[in-house]
Design a protein around this ligand. Structure first.
Ligand SMILES: [Zn+2]
Length: 121
């Protein structure tokens, strides 16, 4: 995972998860290495609120993944190295793999499934 120079995008809390999914794919398409960081800004008052945001984000991810089967997501704690991630509750990392011979040519170090039916969601 690379941080320097990778822009982050603040989660905009409008629209439904279909809008959010479309936005996620837009971000991925804008990125040369198919990598996007979405920051979930504070303030978030309760853990329940945070859970709800995370749930909605992952629902949107599921919709996006239905269109792009090689999309991957990680939800990580805020990282100081990430530009624009100050005052952030969570960071959602999106990446679209492109597998060539079991390796991703979109710049990550993951190794790809030869048989992706065995891959857990
Ligand atoms: Zn990849």
């Amino acid at each position: 995972m690379r941080f320097p120079g990778t822009p982050s995008h603040r989660l905009v809390d409008d629209g439904d998860e279909h809008d959010l999914a479309a936005w996620m794919l837009e971000l991925i398409d804008q990125s040369p290495d198919r990598l996007a960081f979405i920051t979930i800004p504070r303030p978030i008052d309760t853990d329940d609120e945070l859970d709800a945001i995370e749930e909605r984000t992952l629902a949107a991810y599921d919709l996006a993944k239905a269109e792009r089967p090689d999309l991957a997501v990680k939800v990580i704690p805020p990282i100081p190295e990430l530009p624009g991630s100050g005052d952030t509750a969570l960071v959602v990392v999106l990446h679209e793999h492109r597998w060539v011979g079991g390796r991703c040519v979109n710049g990550c170090r993951d190794t790809g499934p030869v048989d992706d039916s065995a891959e857990a969601a």
